[in-house]
Design a protein around this ligand. Structure first.
Ligand code: TYD
Ligand code: MG
Length: 438
């Protein structure tokens, strides 16, 4: 913060990155939210709890990411790149909620009523209880909420609404923050859920969902490659559930459809018996996902060798290549290495290490790995294979999908107790894995 505008930021050197903000003198909604401390301390053992009844949409993937349904009175932010499908998702959810629980108000601040109507026709949204309001002024929106008394509200988007008490433009940090605080008060007072749509821009210069993360109860991100049909809904913060859950959808011509068996889907286009392809298992929340890792190792012809990774951390791949070099003597320092998780999914879990590593060696030596084998394990710097959480669940999922063999950390060998028929092979280090797989 500086008292005057600067062309160039002295700390990050970016040009034109300063945004003017007016100091807030009135009591803003944000102050009211923070200033409501009149409660007395209570003994935690004596605090009575009432189980809140969550609202359910007909979209199991959506409900699961929210921690098993929508908590009334909560404010849920859905962030994501423009065009990824946020409006589509919320229109479908509103349709389901309105049919089940009563009136829902969908406020569109960006698109006209006609555009929303066109989309709803495409999606087959026909509910009698779904109301659309084209409005940007939050005071007006609140009046309509008071009048309609809806069971749920969607604000599409938070960047498009404003409070007239503040002079800055819609989409500025002040407006976004104050409007969200105002809506939080509204949600708590009326005990209804309010969904906020927030755009994330690539440059991050526009005031986006980041400033809201502290105010709202739940932050969901809707992600995916625009040119892929899969969309992933991920919880980034959730006061009412775990943040590990993933919801997977397919964007079709008639809207978003829940993907019931994601593992099957991610493996469906697999070529059998090609080198550099390995099936791994990644835990996403309580659910194991079987995914295909592909690697390509090619001699660099000119320039410096590069690592390119899609869906996995590039530094993790570099580390695995270093371990291969030191422990197995595999020198691919003069090659370009490409690693990819098919289907456009991103995985941050170390449990796929061994699979990535085996895919690299398999392609380098041009020897395919048996396509009915799933590879699980974290790789340590010493070349040892380290244990992973939830091993049994992962193996069971693989067995269910017809996999014949599971390679996993030897540490678990004694503990694994499963009924399915699948060959279980524990490995202690990379050498073991190599002799089993290649
Ligand atoms: P949209 O919900 O408008 O995205 P956002 O609100 O995040 O900006 O969805 C945008 C894209 O989704 C659009 O490019 C077209 C595509 N789409 C479909 O493929 N099928 C559909 O049924 C709908 C409504 C949209
Ligand atoms: Mg939209």
């Amino acid at each position: 913060m500086t008292p005057r505008g600067l062309g160039k930021c002295p700390s990050c050197q970016a040009w034109d990155s300063f945004v003017e903000e007016t100091e807030i003198v009135t009591t803003s909604p944000l102050h009211r939210v923070i200033g409501q401390h009149t409660n007395q301390p209570e003994k935690i053992s004596e605090v009575s709890t009432t189980d809140v009844e969550r609202l359910l949409t007909d979209m199991p993937e959506f409900d699961r990411v929210l921690g098993g349904g929508i908590v009334p009175g909560s404010v849920i932010l859905i962030g994501g790149d423009p065009g990824i499908g946020k409006s589509t998702l919320l229109l479908q959810a509103s349709h389901a909620l309105s049919r089940k629980y009563g009136d829902v108000l969908y406020v569109t601040g960006e698109e006209s009523i006609n555009q929303t109507k066109l989309r709803s026709t495409r999606l087959g949204v026909t509910s009698e209880n779904l109301y659309v309001l084209c409005e940007n002024n939050l005071e007006q929106i609140e009046k309509h909420i008071d009048k309609l008394q809806p069971k749920s509200v969607v604000i599409d988007s938070i960047q498009a609404v404003y409070l007239s008490d503040f002079q800055s433009a819609p989409g500025s940090i002040t407006q976004i923050r104050e409007c969200a605080a105002q809506l939080l008060i509204c949600a708590k007072n009326k005990n209804i859920p309010i969904f906020l749509v927030g755009h994330v821009t690539k440059e991050g210069t526009l005031a986006g969902p980041r400033v809201l993360e502290h105010i709202v109860d739940t932050v969901l991100y809707f992600e995916g490659e625009r040119h892929h049909i899969y969309r992933v809904l991920r919880a980034n913060k959730n006061r009412f559930g775990s943040t590990n859950e993933l919801g997977i959808f397919e964007m079709q011509n008639s809207g978003l459809v829940d993907v019931k068996n994601p593992s099957q889907l991610f493996l469906s286009e697999r070529e059998e018996e090609i080198s550099g392809s390995v099936v791994v298992s990644s835990m996403e929340g309580t659910r194991p996902l079987l995914l295909e890792v592909q690697a390509l190792v090619v001699q660099t012809h000119y320039g410096t060798p590069r690592n390119t990774a899609a869906g996995v951390d590039r530094n993790r791949v570099a580390l695995l290549i270093a371990v291969l070099n030191k422990r197995v003597g595999l020198d691919i320092g003069d090659s370009d290495v490409f690693v990819n998780i098919t289907g456009g999914l991103r995985v941050d879990e170390p449990g796929i290490d061994l699979g990535v590593l085996m895919a690299i060696i398999s392609n380098h030596r041009n020897i395919p790995i048996d396509s009915r084998t799933v590879v699980i394990g974290e790789v340590g710097l010493g070349g040892e294979i380290r244990p992973v959480p939830h091993l049994e669940i992962r193996i069971r999922e693989a067995a269910k999908l017809g996999f014949k063999r599971a390679i996993f950390p030897d540490y678990h060998k004694k503990g694994v107790d499963i009924d399915e028929t699948i060959e279980l092979i524990g490995v202690k280090n990379i050498y073991d894995s190599l002799s089993v797989l290649l």
